[in-house]
Ligand binder design. Structure first.
Ligand code: ARG
Length: 464
């Protein structure tokens, strides 16, 4: 980044003194918006072609502009482009370079356009591309979850409420709960894309332009599904960015919940899983340590996504129409949410299929904590006892087990019958962990056959 280029401003006509050096740097956005160079160039090319189509530029002028812009893109890609802070932002850096390269024709590119509709277009194109990449990572993670679930439909673990053992579930069933969270995130992203993919260009500064522009043509060139209806709204609307930041925050909230479980499960106390070494780090002082850094970091990063959302909501609150310089502040939070989400999804998509599952530890944990107590109560209800009474009976049986130091399934039949005479030998079918999960045999239940069907439906839901 240089400040060497003489500050001859592209908008300098009416000014008597040059901009204060600090203000120049303070108001510049090129340090963070240069990443939109591809979108800026694509938008400029479509605009130039449209100007030629409606006769504002000659075919020759348009060709020179397109050629110049392609060369600039290459310069940037190859690191040969000298970004300048005095030139303020990505738009003016590229336009100035174009004029440097092709002369006066370069100065015609901005006809009928303002940076206000230009930047709104660039940000939308940028976010559209980012959403495509995020969707791909999200699908990769979802597929990883389903692959792992596929091999664990009969792996039994405790399901928790209040982080206390509640009822047995299969590990696959638990993973499918994670899948559902991500499925909703994917749906939200697709829906958000409808509002991202709207063309602002043509709104010019705020009121439209006096040239007979062809907006449908530009929309088609750039792959926009719709054209912003109102020029004032077009240049000032950032709803789509806030919406995306909300989705990113929510998706990261989901990832943080999953991360938390991974951290807990990989502790020595649980020992349900082992994370691959390459996703962990050691301690500089304690030689025995293997820390779950990746899930911890993902858990932590949800914080900044929440911050970005609040930053954007606060940025837009009370802004009068139409464009205000405030809007330049939309980019850093948005870019950060994009990058954070991309990184976390990538880390999880790489890591989840490679976790090692300790089935025995899961099974033994499910055996503790009387996880089939509800099954015993349901058994009594099916034998004619009212649920509240059944609840009481089972509570007494659990107390007995606690004193005897055994599980309900290990109680002698005679002891069980002391609590209720309706209990028979068939009770042991429902007291086993396998019996417990198999009995929850309905859509959304944890029975292995149901979970297998659910995996099939889940696979279909991510097929494009
Ligand atoms: N860098 C500016 C932004 O990010 C571009 C638009 C500037 N428009 C203006 N009228 N100053 O918002």
């Amino acid at each position: 980044m240089s400040d060497s280029k003489k500050s001859k401003k592209l908008w300098g006509g009416r000014f008597n003194e040059s901009v204060d050096a600090f203000v120049e740097a303070f108001t510049a956005s090129v340090t963070f918006d240069s990443r939109m160079y591809q979108q800026d160039i694509a938008g400029s090319k479509a605009h130039a072609q449209m100007l030629a189509k409606v006769g504002v530029l000659t075919g020759k002028e348009c060709d020179a502009i397109l050629q110049g812009l392609s060369e600039i893109e290459l310069e940037i890609e190859q690191g040969r482009f000298d970004w300048s802070i005095p030139l303020e932002d990505v738009h003016m850096n590229i336009e100035a370079r174009l004029t440097e390269k092709i002369g006066i024709t370069g100065k015609k590119l901005h006809t009928g356009r303002s940076r206000n509709d230009q930047v709104a277009t660039d940000v939308r194109l940028y976010l559209r591309d980012a959403i495509d990449q995020i969707m791909a990572e999200l699908h990769r993670l979802q597929t990883g979850l389903l692959d792992l679930a596929e091999s664990h439909t009969t792996t039994i673990m405790p399901g928790f409420t209040h982080l206390q053992v509640a009822q047995p579930v299969s590990f696959a069933h638990h993973l499918l709960a994670w899948f559902e969270m991500l499925k909703r995130d994917a749906e939200r992203l697709l829906d958000c894309c409808k509002r991202v993919n709207v063309l602002p260009l043509g709104a010019a500064a705020l009121a439209g332009t006096t040239y007979s522009i062809d907006r449908p043509y530009v929309a088609e060139q750039l792959g926009f599904d719709a054209i912003a209806e109102n020029s004032l709204d077009a240049v000032s609307d950032r709803d789509f960015a806030m919406e995306f930041c909300f989705i990113a925050a929510l998706c990261l909230t989901h990832l943080s919940r999953q991360a938390e479980e991974l951290v807990i499960w990989s502790s020595a106390q649980f020992g349900f899983i082992q994370l691959p070494d390459r996703f962990c780090t050691g301690s500089s002082i304690m030689p025995q340590k293997k820390n779950p850094d990746v899930p911890e970091l993902v858990r932590g990063k949800s914080g900044r996504a929440n911050g970005n959302l609040i930053a954007l909501l606060t940025l837009m609150k009370s802004q009068p129409l139409a464009y205000n310089k405030d809007n330049q502040e939309d980019k850093e939070p948005l870019f950060d949410s994009i990058e954070t989400l991309q990184g976390c999804l990538r880390a999880f998509a790489d890591m989840i299929p490679n976790i090692k599952v300790n089935k025995d530890a899961m099974y033994n944990a499910a055996k503790q904590g009387f996880s089939t107590a509800t099954d015993l109560a349901d058994y009594l209800v099916k034998k004619g006892i009212a649920f509240r009474d059944a609840h009481e009976v089972v509570g007494n049986a659990v107390a007995w087990c606690e004193r005897a130091g055994c599980d309900l399934s290990e109680m002698p039949l005679e002891e069980l019958q002391k609590f209720s005479s309706v209990i028979d030998n068939d009770v042991f079918d429902v007291l086993s962990l396998e019996g417990s999960i198999a009995a929850r045999d309905h859509i959304g239940g944890t029975a292995p056959s149901q979970v297998k069907d659910a995996i099939k439906r889940a696979r279909n839901s991510i097929k494009k």
